[in-house]
Design a protein around this ligand. Sequence first.
Ligand code: ADP
Ligand code: MG
Length: 226
Amino acid sequence: MVGRPGAYARAALGNLTGMADTGALYAWIREFARLIEEHKDLLTELDSAIGDADHGSNLHRGMTAVVAALEKEPPETPADLFKRTGMTLVSTVGGASGPLYGTAFLRMSAAAGAGETLDGADLAKVLRAALEGVVARGKAQAGDKTMYDALAPAVLSLEESAAAGQPLAEALDAAVRAAEQGRESTIAMVARKGRASYLGERSAGHQDPGATSVTLLLVAASAALS
Ligand code: ADP
Ligand code: MG
């Protein structure tokens, strides 16, 4: 998936030392699982303020199952890795986040295609597909106080970095900062989707749990792929 013409040609060139193969992407998923475990109490605490106090335990259960499934049979390609991650999340996580994250990873699998490696532009494309999956499944828009509000700015940042030909490490660093800013912006928002929306105006003043967990997905990418 390298050597595209046009705007992405420079990105591919700049990323010759910034390719992620299946092993690196597998490390990304394992690092995400580790960060979810490390932050599960925080995620549940955030969800207890505006939801039903299960976001940490939901994702922890799901990512533990993902790691176990992949350990049994290591992924062969990026598409295989993302597909099995998504399928395991759908089957082990209830609530809103199971189908949302599950759909995101299944869309990532489709976007990864048959490629063996992903460069910065590919990663932007894969995460754009994840965002589209979240929207297809949950109908969230910017400002609804959901995971969208952290994921969307990160995807945009990755696309801009890829177009500018930035190395993968720098692109991921910028994407993490964009996600963190998006996550912080959810504090002031009034929830319009999911359980938190039942609280109406009272949801303002609290950080969204899903925006927090999806920021960890970017942090994990930066740690594992840089
Ligand atoms: P549940 O709300 O069913 O208990 P979780 O607590 O695991 O599920 O996940 C809650 C998170 O899911 C929220 O913080 C929010 O980011 C995300 N979310 C909920 N509904 C939507 C939606 N329609 N679109 C995008 N994200 C959503
Ligand atoms: Mg919940």
